[in-house]
Design a protein around this ligand. Structure first.
Ligand code: F6R
Length: 247
């Protein structure tokens, strides 16, 4: 039953706090915890609270490993619009994660197929992902797995939809600068995580969430595959939950 796994937590600030606390619990539950992490507007508050909690409660993150979901092709850590730069700004520069434990797909890799294989191998070597945090796109994407993505997909190069490029253009000076392609963990990689936390806030996500969580499981709505994960936690603010049937 999907209903009982949906936590509606008021506003964006409560959502961010609840998600940050959930991550801290996961870190404290397991030495050597492996986290899968998203970028975007949604997790900004979560990262802010997470760094505050880590500092305030002196949380030991020396054994925590992180893997990011995705990266634009052609952008490196020095590019402001890259997810690497986002993570540096919102999390890594604010906390003392060990550099050697931080993993991101390299959007500048000369051989992107080899880069994706390397990434999957690193996830395997780390023992798999314990907690994968995901946001959701208005078109139901998770990571950069756009509608039509194979449920069995691994890490790979993808073409971004125009809608996604338009939405993500806020992070760039000009919309033409938004890359056309990206590298992303696949839906299978996400589903392989032992636990998944889906976070979403705002009205604009409500339709995608209703389809993903209470509609048919279909590759047209990539996030709908999450319904079949046996350890999925959903945290939403009130406006994101408006179209969901919740008892
Ligand atoms: C980003 C990612 C994307 C975002 C999604 C929602 O790493 O994987 O799937 O989670 O596009 O983005 P925001 O939070 O900006 O609405």
């Amino acid at each position: 039953m999907v209903y009982r796994k949906i936590n509606v937590v008021g506003d964006y600030v409560s959502l961010s706090k609840a998600a940050a606390e959930f991550i801290v619990e996961a870190i404290q539950k397991k030495i050597g915890c492996v986290l899968g992490l998203p970028t975007g507007k949604t997790p900004m508050g979560m990262y802010r609270h997470l760094t505050e909690l880590i500092k305030a409660d002196n949380i030991d993150i020396s054994t925590v490993t992180t893997f990011n979901l995705d990266e634009y092709i052609g952008l490196g850590p020095e590019d402001e619009g890259s997810f690497h730069a986002f993570m540096e700004k919102h999390l890594f520069s604010q906390s003392n994660f060990l550099k050697s434990n931080i993993h991101l797909l390299n959007g500048l890799a000369p051989d992107l197929k080899a880069e994706c294989a390397r990434y999957e191998e690193e996830i395997r070597e780390a023992g798999g992902i314990d907690l994968q945090v995901v946001g959701i796109g208005v078109n139901g994407h998770i990571g950069f797995n756009e509608p039509g993505s194979d449920f069995n997909s691994g890490a790979r190069v993808v073409k971004l939809t125009e809608a996604t490029r338009r939405i993500n253009s806020k992070e760039f000076k000009e919309s033409a600068q938004v890359p056309l392609t990206a590298v992303t963990m696949g839906l299978r990689n996400i589903m392989d995580a032992r636990q998944i936390l889906l976070i979403a806030g705002g009205n604009e996500k409500s339709l995608a969430l209703a389809k993903a969580l209470q509609g048919p499981v279909t590759e047209e709505v990539p996030a709908s595959i999450l319904q079949t994960h046996d350890n999925l936690i959903v945290m939403l603010d009130k406006s994101a939950a408006t179209l969901l049937k919740i008892r």
